[in-house]
Write a protein that binds this ligand. Structure first.
Ligand code: ASP
Length: 443
């Protein structure tokens, strides 16, 4: 059994590497069209399959998770811890990005002809830029809109915050009515939950092929020329993401979560691979929930709350990227930002990342708000659009990892994290788990 698990986990990684190689080959040998027409749909089908289970999974697992909490008060405590953790790590992420951009100055000192080419390349993207909104999301609107006017519409539109609100309320009310009445309802949704988890297991069996197709299509379609011109900027974003992941997350896991860092990263790897290839934290959500609850010992009462919320509002990678992008463009346009303006960037990027949906490419759309607040020309978005997909893949990995770190930290501080997966879960055919994680009692 452990050998099989390891094998299927490695298969996803192999899918990713061979997909990248195949995509490169396609772009050099000139059959990118074939990849986009016939291989890409396999990846799209995979993303749709995991996307399909998001809404029922969140509703059922959150409802059942809430009813398994000892008391309603702990719900409030978990909520506050989660939100404070999310906002603090997001602000830290932007600060890491800004610090690196100040230090490495990616937009200053570019050869004049490169600068000219970049500015010209932006001119071709002005239609795209013209369609962007620059209004800062209002906190009151955000809060009021959490309440659904019609829960069925929230489900149909996959409005995650509204679904979370409604599911929590259902769970709380089930705790408030006589157990004889609530028991059958909870049992019903517990069975639905189990059914959906089984579905995720089945879907994950085709993950290596899905990941292969997604990566092959991205690589085949990617303009490598632009990457060279924006190499320093891309490197600063990637370095920032790495620093945030290795320093901020590792420290949070160790200090706040009392958790083993290496084991955490092993346990979350399948979700990271899917996040990387799909560029969508929302689509990755079922895999994240599976990794966190089954590999990392987080109970579903915590995981089913923190993770859907995180996939919607917690985007550390996106926020960091928005900070670096703003600094880069300001340097490129020769208008460096002072400390006050950089503070505005921290505040606005935190808000903008909360408002960013967990789907591909939204981070750059919301960047318009940050640029506007910092007084940097919006046309700059056209300059960095060419490398956005690759950076999107990487920032999505950080977005998803940040949610998982929060789930582990909150569960630990609540004294609710099991050292090993629950026996009934360990017996399940978990195709994506690293074997050591399943049996760990050091986590
Ligand atoms: N693709 C990112 C995510 O889903 C959002 C973004 O930064 O575009 O997490």
């Amino acid at each position: 059994m452990p050998a099989r698990r390891l094998q299927s986990h490695t298969k996803i990684l192999l899918g990713l590497l061979s997909g990248a190689a195949f995509g490169l080959l396609a772009s050099y040998l000139g059959f990118s069209g074939f990849v986009l027409a016939y291989i890409k749909p396999i990846g799209t089908a995979f993303v749709r399959l995991i996307g399909m289970v998001v809404v029922p999974l969140v509703f059922a697992s959150l409802l059942v998770g809430t009813t398994s909490l000892k008391d309603i008060r702990s719900l409030g405590r978990i909520g506050i811890k989660t939100i404070v953790f999310y906002i603090a790590t997001t602000a830290l992420a932007i600060s890491v990005g800004l610090a690196l951009a100040n230090l490495m100055q990616p937009g200053a000192g570019l050869p004049p002809e490169t600068k000219q080419k970049l500015i010209e390349s932006a001119a071709a993207k002005q239609d795209y830029v013209a369609g962007l909104t620059v209004e800062r999301p209002s906190i009151t609107d955000l809060l009021v809109n959490i309440i659904p006017t019609n829960p069925i519409r929230s489900f149909a539109e996959a409005n995650m915050l509204q679904i979370i609100f409604f599911s929590l309320l259902c769970g709380v009310c089930l705790m408030l009515i006589p157990p004889a009445r609530s028991r059958p309802v909870i049992a019903f949704f517990a069975a639905i939950n189990e059914m959906i988890v089984k579905m995720v297991h089945l879907i994950m069996q085709i993950a290596p092929y899905g990941v292969f197709a997604l990566i092959a299509a991205v690589v085949a379609d990617f303009g490598f020329g632009i990457l060279v011109m924006l190499l320093k900027y891309s490197m600063v974003v990637l370095l920032g993401l790495l620093v945030h992941m290795l320093v901020v997350y590792s420290a949070s896991l160790k200090i706040l979560g009392k958790a083993g860092v290496a084991r955490f990263f092993r346990g979350i790897r399948p979700a990271q691979l899917v996040a990387f290839s799909s560029s969508s934290s929302a689509a990755t959500l079922p895999v994240t929930i599976e990794c966190v609850t089954e590999n990392l010992g987080v109970p579903s009462s915590v995981g089913s709350f923190t993770l859907p919320l995180g996939a919607t509002i917690n985007m550390d990678g996106t926020a960091l990227y928005q900070g670096v992008a703003t600094m880069f463009l300001a340097q490129l346009y020769g208008m460096p930002l002072d400390f006050g303006q950089q503070l505005t960037v921290v505040l606005t990027a935190t808000l903008a990342s909360i408002g960013t949906a967990g789907v591909p490419g939204v981070g750059i759309v919301m960047l318009a708000i940050v640029l506007n607040a910092a007084g940097v020309p919006l046309q700059g978005i056209g300059i960095i659009l060419g490398v956005d997909r690759i950076l999107d893949m990487c920032r999505t990995v950080v977005n998803v990892t940040g949610d998982a770190v929060c789930a582990v930290v909150v569960a630990s501080t609540e004294g609710q994290r099991a050292g090993a997966a629950a026996p009934e879960l360990a017996n399940r055919e978990l195709q994506t788990a690293a074997p050591e994680v399943q049996t760990s009692d050091e986590l």
